[in-house]
Design a protein around this ligand. Structure first.
Ligand code: AHR
Length: 507
């Protein structure tokens, strides 16, 4: 008799569980590639701001300091993060920076009033310290020059100081400062966010275009091997995409990249609205790609111009008062994974990206009481930078959608995929943006024979607002193996998670 009562109860539970799972389909054909993934997508940024440089990468007073005064734990965690390119010294900071203050004997370096962040710059970490740090880290340095308060001479002389063989004044000065061999810095920027009123020496598009063109000419005349990024329309500006068209028109012969900046966050305390807003960077990319193509075709330019997303991150909680020490949670990690998916889907045109910033200041790692710990956003970044290389693959995704006040028809699954022919591995990056439902997905591989087992990396946690701290890593990567039944198999992506599947495929 008892059993008769229990049965409907069990069936009821099963049907509730069932209704908590959605269904989806992903089809992948590794021959349908759309562009090569540039390793420079996994870059970072260190600005003279708050505790990023002083008290972040550099802290001679810490027991963590190496012989050069730089923190060994930050260096090690940056290596683990796979930082491929490191932008320095700003940001807004660069638009008032005199690079000449930061070279030579420490005792002769001036302390300067710093206007971007209303601080004092001690000029202890300068060009040589930064470039040698980048060498130890094994990353490409990327230097934006000062086109705010700086002169054309400042710009071209900085290139000479870093890149020329000895025999001329600035190259000899470098040698006198202890470095004979040129650093050969390949990546340079033509200023930072020059369209913004908050920028020292901000300009309108024509004034910037003319000035940046002259700087670009001189810099490339000093070293024709360098690659230059032109300032695109910055995220904060109320300007229009006409800025991008105008500046590219001036710089079309010199621009290797045009920059975009993007900062996002849960500004309305609404998870789905936040997830849906991650469509914006994709819109920016599409719009900028169209302007690049227009410039190239109209002017018969015979070299590519790419997008450098040289600042992006979650940033909405803190200001300068809090030294921008933003604490990240699970939903921020999902936003970063979605952003990285966006870069992979647009790998044909986005060839560089730099998360802002490396440590303490809106950063994937923090130092608390002299101890380094990893924020939630560290983990998706690390997964992409470790595994997601090769060609971007165009995947077909069929999944339920959701609507928010601002965005309609947003798919719950956000997907990117890549095939790396070198290790014959398919990488499938999937964010399940459903706040409570798992999504049971049929994955159909349309070309080649997959291995019988794959590796899954998952980032998840019970609460959307779960954070990490110096004492606890609640949100981090978990690894497991999964079975692959054949060309078509099922995988369940848990609610509010990021999953990276790695599958060997023999062609
Ligand atoms: O990354 C912080 C600041 O944000 C940068 O200095 C500036 O370029 C942007 O507005």
């Amino acid at each position: 008799m008892k059993k008769l009562f229990i049965l409907p109860l069990i069936l009821g539970c099963v049907s509730i569980l069932h209704s908590q799972t959605l269904k989806a389909k992903i089809k992948i054909d590794i021959e349908r590639t759309t562009g090569e993934i540039d390793s420079l997508l996994y870059g970072n940024f260190t600005e003279h701001l708050g505790r990023c440089i002083y008290g972040g990468i550099y802290d001679p007073a810490s027991p963590q300091a190496d012989a050069f005064g730089f923190r060994k734990d930050v260096l090690a965690a940056s290596r683990e993060l796979g930082v491929s390119i490191l932008r320095w010294p700003g940001g807004n900071f660069v638009s008032g920076y005199r690079w000449q203050d930061g070279i030579g004997p420490l005792t002769t370096r001036p302390k300067r009033k710093e206007l971007a962040w209303n601080s004092v710059e001690p000029n202890i970490v300068g060009t040589d310290e930064f470039l040698q740090y980048a060498e130890r880290l094994g990353t490409q340095p990327y230097i934006p020059v000062n086109l705010g308060t700086g002169t054309l001479d400042d710009a071209r002389n900085w290139v000479e100081y870093c890149n020329s063989d000895t025999g001329t004044y600035y190259a000899n000065l470098r040698a006198r400062n202890g470095r004979v061999k040129p650093y050969r810095v390949k990546y340079w920027g033509l200023g930072n966010e020059m369209d913004g009123f908050w920028q020292m020496g901000a300009k309108n598009a024509d004034d910037y275009g003319k000035y940046a063109l002259e700087a670009a000419k001189l810099m490339k005349w000093v070293d024709p091997e360098i690659k230059l990024t032109v300032c695109g329309l910055s995220y904060w500006s109320s300007g229009t995409a006409d800025w991008n068209r105008t500046v590219l028109n001036y710089l079309k012969g010199y621009a290797d990249y045009i920059s975009l900046h993007f900062y996002f966050g849960d500004r309305t305390n609404n998870f789905l609205e936040y997830m849906a807003s991650m469509k914006e960077p994709e819109n920016e990319i599409k719009q900028t790609e169209a302007i690049i193509n227009e410039t190239i075709f109209k002017n018969n330019i015979d070299k590519p111009i790419y997008i450098a997303f040289d600042e992006y991150n979650v940033w909405y909680r803190t200001g300068v008062e809090e030294k921008m020490e933003e604490k990240y949670n699970l939903q921020d990690a999902l936003a970063i994974a979605t952003f990285l998916n966006t870069l992979i889907r647009n790998a044909q045109i986005v060839k560089m990206a730099n998360i802002a910033q490396l440590v303490n200041v809106i950063a994937p790692m923090m130092i608390t009481n002299d101890k380094l710990w990893k924020q939630t956003v560290y983990y998706p970044l690390q997964l992409f930078a470790t595994n997601c290389f090769g060609s971007s693959v165009n995947s077909f995704v069929q999944t339920d959608t959701f609507n928010t006040e601002k965005y309609k028809g947003v798919p719950y699954l956000d997907v990117s995929s890549a095939y790396n022919a070198k290790n014959q591995t398919l990488v499938l990056n999937v964010v399940n943006r459903h706040p409570s439902k798992d999504i049971e997905t049929n994955i159909e591989n349309q070309y080649g024979i997959p291995d019988k087992r794959g590796t899954a990396y998952e980032i998840n946690s019970p609460g959307l607002k779960d954070e990490n701290s110096v004492n606890e890593q609640k949100v981090k990567t978990k690894e497991k193996l999964f079975a692959i039944a054949g060309k078509s198999f099922m995988y369940t992506f848990p609610a509010h998670s990021f999953t990276q599947l790695m599958i060997k495929i023999k062609q």
